[in-house]
Write a protein that binds this ligand. Sequence first.
Ligand SMILES: *Cc1c(COP(=O)(O)O)cnc(C)c1O
Length: 366
Amino acid sequence: MHLFIRSDLARLAAYTPHPEAVELSIAMDRLDTNECPYDLPLELKHKLMGQYQTQIEANRYPDGGHGALKAAIAAYVAESVPNDSLLDAPWISVGNGSDELIRSLLIATCLGGEGSILVADPTFSMYAILAQTLGIPIVNIGRDDQFAMDLAAAQGAVARNQAAEPPVRVVFVVHPNSPTGNVLTLAEQDWLVSLPEDILVVIDEAYFEFSQTSLVSLLPQHPNWVILRTFSKAFRLAAHRIGYAIAHPDLIQVLEKVRLPYNLPAISQAAALLALNHRQSLLATLPEVWAERDRLYQNLKSYTQLRHWPSRANFLYIQSPERADLGAELKALGTSVREAGGGLRITVGTPTENDHTLARLHQILR
Ligand SMILES: *Cc1c(COP(=O)(O)O)cnc(C)c1O
């Protein structure tokens, strides 16, 4: 390794989101990344292409302030808040996927030895991966058998670390959690509420549309909280890389300082606006996801050799203690799933894909 590369980076492997992307054919059921199984409808793709042809100037930089998009996002978010008068564009920052926002939050808080982060495993891997690339220490705590965080350990870590160098500056939670599908319990929410204001609380609601549960109404009372959401899942725009943060305007201002000036391509901004304008039809797939999730879950429950948990997201989590290769066996039959936390995370796909999942499980486990 070159001597000019940080020594801690030399030890890191590059993240490969789809380890098997090259060999993955379209014919494979791609149930490993929790996307919506349905592409953007052709009619909307045509609209987007029309905008590209007539409105977007390819030679000009995109809107670096994201004004129109932030206003539209704020209006959408406000729909899920009882007293929505507070929530407007200054409460929103937009990122090149939530991944960029996670990195911006890390840069703004912990960089330069100023802080460490706390995560409860298993959870979304990107927090720890991005922290590592920035040389930020990670404090890991565990979860119980229903995947609620070990709050005694969490509190201990926070208390211990306030005296440590560097102290815990950020707590990351996912609501509902990935890969396990559980929403934050009231005890977990109380603990987040109890955290001092010198700790940033990041609540990742990437699966909000599927769970229909959000902590956004608590944001005004908590200037140290930020909620992350994305267009990559229910809104069917994973290819366009659009995520957003909702937080008190002071915190949003910091994110605006840290991000790259033109972080979101014009076509992606247009795609997000289009998706919001057509949210009723795009989100009309939700009842199917819920029904299919229940169907999968009821079927999975019939296998006594599997451990399974209910889910509030668009995926299910299972463990197969007696059959460690279940993920590889499913893949060999044509269903790609995500191995995480010693188990498998299976995205709810189309009804046909879910039929495949169940038939292939049956073939392996019967
Ligand atoms: C999928 C997912 C995201 C989305 O990330 P993007 O960068 O917006 O595509 C964020 N957080 C969690 C927990 C996820 O599962």
